[in-house]
Design a protein around this ligand. Structure first.
Ligand code: FPP
Length: 232
């Protein structure tokens, strides 16, 4: 049976390989992150042109705080710059920005920038771009449990659909396809709940080099997959 839900509604990407991309050129790792950041806009456009409605990008994990201080500072500053540079254009392109992750560890300035970008674009009806920043799948599940407890929801009333509403992805459908660039074959704490039945696609291409041909190959591979969701 050939895939019937094509194109995938939601594609989620683990953007790995920026550090190696820079190393291969004898450049500092941050230059790799900058190159990776530059690749976001073209990749969003490619997926939007294929009819994908939701694109999630894993930009910073809850574990990334343990990287060297200068690299963490560089990634935080890159996030601020990207929001400044891209929000207006995304807004003009009818793109809705959503943040997945924690805001409490960000500086006030960065937190307000992120919130403002989300607020500005919240009624846009084109592609939804979810930026997973200070995101961890386990942390998300723990936070959801805490919020349910805080709201006084009795245990007997909690089922999968109630639980899912308390995740960062409240109104976002589960990803149909998760792509990881950079050659590693693991999820690294990304969308652990939501990716339960996602198709996984791993490629060696480093994130800054990920382009049209790679999207085309990922989507044609997805099209060949049989999704059974536990049925036969
Ligand atoms: C993984 O590559 C990538 C990251 C930890 C950061 C991803 C960030 C970007 C693509 C650009 C920044 C965008 C925003 C919005 C801040 P790695 O460093 O683990 O690469 P390596 O495995 O080759 O070392």
């Amino acid at each position: 049976m050939i895939q019937t839900n094509y194109p995938p509604q939601h594609v989620a990407i683990i953007m790995d390989g920026n550090g190696r991309w820079a190393n291969n050129r004898g450049l500092p790792r941050l230059v790799g992150h900058e190159a990776g950041g530059k690749n976001i806009r073209p990749v969003v456009k490619i997926f939007a042109d294929y009819g994908v409605k939701y694109l999630t990008l894993y930009a910073f994990s809850t574990e990334n705080w343990t990287r060297p201080r200068a690299e963490v500072a560089g990634l935080l500053s890159l996030l601020g710059k990207k929001i400044d540079q891209e929000t207006q254009t995304f807004h003009q392109e009818n793109i809705r920005l959503v943040h997945l992750g924690r805001l409490d560890k960000l500086s006030n300035r960065l937190r307000e920038k992120m919130k403002a970008a989300v607020e500005l674009t919240k009624n846009n009806t084109g592609l939804t771009l979810c930026l997973a920043f200070d995101y961890g799948g386990r942390d998300e599940i723990v936070q959801a449990a805490r919020r349910m407890a805080g709201a006084g929801i009795p245990g007997d009333n909690i089922d999968e659909s109630v639980f899912a509403r308390y995740l960062y992805t409240t109104d976002i459908p589960n990803p149909d396809l998760v792509i990881r660039t950079g050659g590693e074959t693991r999820l690294s704490n990304f969308l652990l709940w939501q990716a339960a039945y996602s198709e996984l696609y791993f490629i060696p291409v480093l994130w800054p080099d990920f382009g049209h041909k790679d999207v085309e190959e990922a989507l044609s591979e997805y099209r060949r997959r049989q999704r059974r969701f536990g049925k036969i």
